[in-house]
Write a protein that binds this ligand. Structure first.
Ligand SMILES: Cc1cc2nc3c(=O)[nH]c(=O)nc-3n(C[C@H](O)[C@H](O)[C@H](O)COP(=O)(O)OP(=O)(O)OC[C@H]3O[C@@H](n4cnc5c(N)ncnc54)[C@H](O)[C@@H]3O)c2cc1C
Length: 502
């Protein structure tokens, strides 16, 4: 049994997690990764001494004893890593009023009541929801893969979930935008819609985020996303795993309905007893496997009707210390500005001065994230217009920043743009998606029922990562890698073991 071999496609969080757990369980594994770095979307890039973080704003599982933390301990990702806790999630301002989104529901309630006493009932209900979710253990849904949850387990999980059924029903299906529209106060009507990044996000998602921020279980790992991914890579290598970088899988090889290995773009062939794809879902199913193992449900999932999230990230290296400024501010604009073909009424600006390792002393790494369609960039890709458009977006943003931080233009030493095509190019993710399927009230159902991690008619093959865990995220990607190894162990009739490093 010791010699059973696994090939894992992708060294993102899901692939590294699958690799670590497979090694803990006595499999011989090799990861093929197209890039020359671990982490996939969980990454950062350094330019002129500035580190621009491309991923983690908050890490579920950052606090000891809290949901998901055991998994990070097993993966060696959190030991000796300071976690930076924010008392406020962000601020939202129209220039006259400011909503400080405190993580502490008592503080938030008091503050929101001061802004809008006329919305007292709604504010109290919302903050009560946040309080309830501080006790919500989301990780119980991921401790075992759904197909392995037997009656007894469902019963135990049901008991744990029971106190949250009503809040989940009440808030799980309400998008932030519709919730915001219930406010009488005109400022809160605009601000609340922006509280959780996208208006379609279920209010429950925002509540659990604030709840975990408050309990310290959604902090920022010091050193940032790439350092976090490197810790996973280290753990995997220490467990005896092997990673081949700059090794892009072209095809997953099958024989008689079984996965038997992979062929890379350099035409080398690698055999294995089992293949796990922790790469893009669409690319895996329709390119690497030629769409030969699909059901009507899978075809429908990938027909383009389901929501995904893609964005442009403008990163700025600023010769100015912004640490006395709130770290994340969303500005509501009086007049919309046309950016990337759409009128925008709100722009979020974030600096990372809370982590001194991310910029040289006295300087600041600043980021602006703008939701943007993949199709827009794809239409102009390969032409000079693509670069012109990127520069234009940065110019518009710098003009706006000048109004909020006077004189900042002359302090900007470095400008970098990433479009949905950059995300696609570096990680292979379909439509440049940052998190697989966007969590909305439609995809919430998939989160509860789960997305199958196997394909019909294909044995010895599994899928892990954000395309089989709606809403994506770093902990769910890692949990899916763990779940897949639990499934493999069960299929091989061996008990699943997991342990933290000594
Ligand atoms: C801007 C941004 C902000 C985010 N914020 C947060 C946050 O605050 N908190 C949070 O928890 N999550 C956040 N996320 C989401 C989170 O980063 C992702 O959901 C998660 O990292 C996905 O991991 P994954 O391993 O499933 O996929 P990926 O990271 O996409 O990994 C897939 C890997 O497979 C490789 N690959 C693809 N095709 C091939 C091939 N053919 N051959 C070989 N290798 C291949 C890719 O290069 C990549 O390394 C954010 C993401 C982004 C982009």
């Amino acid at each position: 049994m010791k010699d059973k071999t696994l090939i894992i496609i992708g060294a993102g969080v899901a692939g590294l997690s699958a690799g670590c757990y497979a090694q803990m369980n006595g499999y011989r594994t090799r990861i093929f990764e197209l890039h020359d770095l671990p982490g996939g979307l969980c990454t950062a890039w350094e330019r002129k001494g500035y580190v621009f973080d491309g991923c983690i704003h908050y890490l579920f599982g950052s606090a000891e004893g809290q949901p998901f933390n055991d998994m990070w301990q097993e993966l060696g990702a959190v030991q000796n890593r300071p976690m930076i806790k924010h008392d406020e999630y962000q601020r939202i301002t129209d220039g006259q009023h400011t909503l400080i989104v405190y993580a502490d529901p008592d503080r938030l309630e008091k503050h929101m009541l001061e802004i809008a006493p006329e919305d007292a009932a709604l504010i109290r209900a919302f903050c009560q929801g946040v309080r309830q979710f501080t006790r919500f253990d989301m990780s119980v849904m991921y401790q075992k893969p759904k197909p392995l949850m037997k009656g007894q387990y469902w019963g135990a999980m049901g008991l744990k979930m029971l106190p949250f059924v009503l809040p989940l029903l009440r808030w799980g299906m309400v998008p932030a935008g519709s919730f915001a529209a219930r406010f009488k106060n005109p400022f809160l009507r605009r601000a609340v819609a922006q509280m959780f990044s996208w208006e379609e996000a279920p209010v429950m998602m925002g509540m659990s985020l604030l709840a975990y921020l408050h309990t310290g279980n959604a902090s920022f790992p010091a050193g940032g996303s790439l350092e976090f991914a490197r810790a996973l890579e280290r753990r995997y290598l220490e467990l005896g795993g092997e990673i081949c970088y700059k090794a892009q899988v072209e095809k997953i090889l099958t024989e008689n309905g079984r996965a038997v290995g992979v062929r890379l773009y350099d035409d080398s062939v690698h055999s294995a007893d089992c293949v796990v794809s922790a790469a893009d879902g669409r690319g895996t199913i329709f390119d690497m496997l030629d769409g030969a193992y699909v059901s009507p449900r899978i075809k429908r999932m990938y027909d383009g009707h389901m929501p995904t999230h893609s964005q442009v990230q403008i990163s700025l290296g600023v010769k100015r210390d912004l640490s006395d400024q709130p770290h994340w501010v969303t500005h509501l604009l009086d007049e919309p500005v046309l950016v990337i073909g759409e009128p925008r009424r709100e722009i979020g600006v974030k600096h990372y001065c809370f982590d001194s390792s991310l910029a040289p002393a006295g300087r600041s790494s600043v980021e602006i994230m703008i939701r943007s369609s993949y199709a827009y960039w794809q239409r102009i890709y390969g032409r000079r217009l693509y670069d012109t458009e990127q520069n234009q977006v940065s110019d518009i943003m710098i003009n706006l920043l000048e109004g909020w931080y006077p004189g900042i233009r002359q302090d900007i030493e470095f400008v970098d743009e990433a479009t949905p095509l950059s995300y696609e190019r570096y990680t292979g993710n379909w439509l440049g998606s940052t998190s697989g399927w966007l969590l909305t009230k439609e995809t919430m159902r998939m989160l509860i029922t789960g997305v199958p991690k196997t394909l019909p008619g294909l044995q010895n093959f599994y899928m892990a990562g954000q395309w089989v865990e709606p809403g994506g995220s770093v902990p769910l990607a890692a949990a899916s890698g763990r779940n897949v190894v639990q499934m493999i162990c069960t299929a091989d009739g061996r008990p699943f073991v997991a342990q933290s490093p000594n």
